[in-house]
Design a protein around this ligand. Sequence first.
Ligand code: DHB
Length: 466
Amino acid sequence: MATPLRFDETQGQDHTGQLDGQPVTYRAFMDLNYVTMPVDPIQRLNVFVPTPYFSGGTVNGYQRVTAPIFMPNTVGGYLPGPRDFPGNPAVYSRGTTILRALQRGYVVVAAGLRGRTQTDGQGQNLGKAPAFIVDMKAAVRYVKFNAGRLPGNPERIITNGTSAGGATSALMGASGNADFFESRLQDLGAAPATDDIFAVSAYCPIHNLEHADAAYEWEFNGIDQWHRQQIRVEDNRQICTPVHGHLSDQERALSPQLKAAFTPYLNSLELKDRAGNPLSLDHTGEGSFKALILRYLKDSAQTALTAGQDVTKYAGVIVNGSTVTRIDWPQYLRAITRMKSVPAFDALDLSNPENDLFGSRLTAARHFTSFAQAHSRVPANLADADLVAAVNPLTYLLRKQSHVAPHWRIRHGAADRDTSFAIPVILATKLANRGYDVDFALPWATPHSGDYDLPELFDWIDGLCQ
Ligand code: DHB
């Protein structure tokens, strides 16, 4: 009998994809179990290998044993993230990212991960937190267990994702081999291997959920209208309908309370700028941490202006000739608009995706902050603080309890309002303060999205791996 979870390189099928009129040849190994005791059929993965590696060839300077292993996920909204493949017509698919990675000579491993809406045959939930990250770790363990069989260098694993998938990628980087997940991995029959990784690519990671409400009001307090797109899928197409609303009296009353809670949290992190100066906020929410965010925004606008873009399309961008002199914070935020009501993540009626994420086997949704629990408008329970902390990448950067990835590339669009700018800036800053290699930017005029700069992302990977 074949050894369980052993990668069998004889089972692949050759394909040719097209990119910009160029053929990309690869061998696909589909639907492989990455745990011996799966609880859902989504827990399988696909492996794609540039075909030249099977005949001693090289691609982009890489060979079979030296190629980076790129692991994109399709998680969005903390929903189930199915395993992806080039040519996948599903709306969630990033098949082109996979093809472009293969063209660069990377081995691609695309694992399916459970999400918050999944149930078993008895109607019990099986995809609530921390299922998404347990599955991703099991997939990485599968890759490392198969070192030497599965093409690529298992010491050069790079995870990639956007939004909730970006959070998944960031959490992989932060929580390598952390104890919290061990028994859950054992229960699934994960391969006996480690799950720490080499590098993280994260686009607009929706993470640090227990502090995201306070960060959101620190940013948007005083802006009482919200604007968002309602997205539904019909005939495998995304249909977006704009919806607008006003904060209620209660929401307007809660906003300053949440805002006030952000300053003590931010100061407790003891962040420093590159020169070692403290980054802090005062009781009004002003201070050097805010100045840092404004610097990132100004640098982003300057890069866009220098490239010939009209950056004054957004109010609050002050330009003198060829120089962006200043970003006016309130004006700029009014220009990009508030997207979410109050609290932004831990909804008082448990109606947000994050409430659903923190449900349990038998509970559809729970609160995950004591603030929302105290103000709840429905009968509700609070998720275990240990669980909420375990799925927050910051947890692992504040107290050493894991093997943290040495290299990070984090992007969050300068027009993204799905979470406060503070959230990715805290992550990038803490990582840099801890001595990790961080490439961070807020790309100009970029909304909540990912994989929009693949040539630069892959150049960054090549810079680390070639
Ligand atoms: C995603 C977006 C959100 O605004 C959010 O709160 C959670 C997840 C997403 O796109 O994955």
